[in-house]
Design a protein around this ligand. Structure first.
Ligand code: NDP
Length: 475
């Protein structure tokens, strides 16, 4: 039998009975293992993620099936047949850690690829777009998705007030209230990198890229009524489905595909190609096959691997870069900032976050530093004469031409918020349109008339059929 010990490795004589002064007397302070046990319990939780708090994770592998090396020198795509281990975390966005899985919400689709050149994180959703395109709006938007500060209840008036005053949200809300806004589980959703990223090839040419992961299980969705039934019986329906599928060897998979836009095309593209509320149309920027993502192993420990998994769009590898997308720029700051706060300064050295390759830099000390993994150099400054790690200019990206004046641009150039939701609406069959109308009407219950009318005016700009359908469903 394994010996029970304290955290210092001291063997423990009792794990059942407190050390007391007499059989009926008080507990002694010197019962240090009792104190350690209670103190540890107080520290079992780390702060919940402000968004994407409820999640499920799995390990898997990305296998490259098609050669895209003319667009990128990234090692992960360097040859057909190459396999890269990865970890995924699926999530809902608004619900807290104890929320039910089967809620109408966007689903997070966060990927960490453990490449030979460091971790590459693609932190996306099951939607190709987002509610807003400027990070200034992000904290306010999220406040509307969370609880009202006075009543502590989810508050549809706040949501519709914000959306009706933010027409750029129309595209994403049309997806959210469509059939796809309530997936049956995580295996039956597509994933999208959503943002525009960049690829850099071995000739130092830059391409703009969008990432897509199409589910091989097929899209499956639920109506609100079906979801209510599920939630009544099982609050962990997506976690259960994912865990049990993998456990029985039924490994879910996705086809990884990309869209490519050249720098020249970007200059004449009809919209801002870095606008997170817009897609690139498939017929203009066709999908290019890349590989297959398969999930094949459940985490051993939920807290260690899923709760502490820390993804950031700033984790990029040579051959992959960011773009001028304002939301992406902000996320590259706010994600690592969140992890330093909720997991700790050295969150990247935890096994689930640790890259495969050696980490070498001059960041010094900090809470929970352990030199075998983090700071290894013998000196903690650079330049030095002692063989410490050095930079290599070959990893610098080609320069990016920027034009225009420093200013705050309120989307005057880029304000067609209606064409793409219209394209989506026109794709829907009668049944999908009916679901859209009734889902919106249901979500608008109790919202003041003034706000409802303002939102109906936006639907009118997308399509009179959209507005009249919602109006009718509202009765
Ligand atoms: P396409 O006809 O080439 O593609 C339509 C896309 O819409 C398909 O990827 C389809 O996914 C997806 N789709 C179908 N129903 C829904 C729904 N309820 N919610 C979200 N996505 C859905 O058209 P375009 O490329 O010209 O785009 C037209 C519209 O389709 C866009 O305005 C956008 O709203 C939506 N869309 C476009 C994407 C893109 O990257 N171009 C990606 C996803 C959506 P599937 O093939 O899996 O059925």
């Amino acid at each position: 039998m394994k010996k029970l010990t304290s955290t210092a490795g001291n063997p423990i004589g009792s794990n059942q009975d407190s050390l007391t002064a007499g059989e009926r007397g008080p507990v002694l302070m010197q019962d240090y293992y009792l104190i350690e046990k209670l103190a540890h319990q107080n520290r079992e939780r780390i702060p919940e993620r402000v968004v994407h708090a409820k999640g499920s994770g799995a390990h898997g592998v990305l296998t490259i099936t098609h050669d895209i090396s003319k667009y990128t020198k990234a090692d992960i795509f360097s040859k057909v047949g190459k396999k890269t281990p990865m970890f995924i975390r699926f999530s809902t966005v608004a619900g807290e850690k104890g929320a039910a899985d089967a809620e109408r919400d966007v689903r997070g689709f966060a990927l960490k690829f453990y490449t030979q050149e460091g971790s590459w994180d693609l932190v996306g959703n099951n939607t190709p777009v987002f509610f807003i395109a400027d990070p200034y709006k992000f904290p306010d938007f999220i406040h509307t998705q969370k609880r009202d500060p006075k009543t502590n209840m989810r508050w549809s008036t706040g949501m519709w007030d914000f959306w009706s005053l933010t027409p750029e949200s129309l595209h994403q809300t049309t997806i959210l209230f469509s059939d796809r806004g309530l997936p049956t589980n995580f295996r039956h959703i597509n994933g999208y990198g959503s943002h525009t990223y960049s690829f850099i090839n071995k000739d130092n040419e830059r391409f703009w890229v969008k990432f897509h992961f199409k589910t091989n299980q097929g899209i499956e969705t639920m109506t609100n009524a079906e979801a209510a039934e599920v939630i009544g019986k099982d609050r962990e329906s997506s976690q259960r489905d994912l865990y049990e599928s993998i456990e029985k060897g039924d490994f879910p998979s996705w086809s990884m595909e990309i869209q490519i836009m050249t720098e020249e095309q970007a200059k004449t593209h009809r919209d801002n190609p870095f606008d997170l509320t817009k897609v690139w149309k498939h017929d203009e920027y066709p999908m290019i096959k890349v590989g297959t993502l398969e999930l094949n192993r459940n985490p051993n420990n939920y807290f260690n691997e899923v709760e502490q998994a820390s993804f950031s769009p700033s984790n990029i590898v040579p051959g992959i870069g960011l773009s001028p997308d304002k939301m992406l720029q902000a996320r590259a700051f706010s994600y690592p900032d969140a992890h330093r706060y909720r997991v700790g300064t050295h969150y990247e050295s935890l096994p689930i976050n640790r890259p495969l390759n050696e980490v070498a830099n001059y960041h010094a000390d900090g809470s929970m530093n352990h030199a075998d993994i983090t700071q290894k150099a013998e000196v903690n400054y650079e330049p030095n004469s002692f063989g410490g790690p050095v930079e290599d200019t070959k990893y610098n990206e080609p320069s990016l031409e920027i034009e225009g004046d420093v200013d705050r641009y309120d989307r005057t150039e880029d304000n067609d918020h209606y064409s793409q939701p219209r394209d989506l609406f026109n794709l829907m069959n009668d049944d999908q349109k009916a679901q859209l109308f009734s889902n919106i009407a249901e979500a608008m219950q109790g919202v003041p008339e003034k706000i409802v009318q303002r939102q109906l005016a936006l639907y009118e700009l997308v399509s009179p059929e959209y507005a009249s359908g919602v109006r009718k469903a509202l009765g």
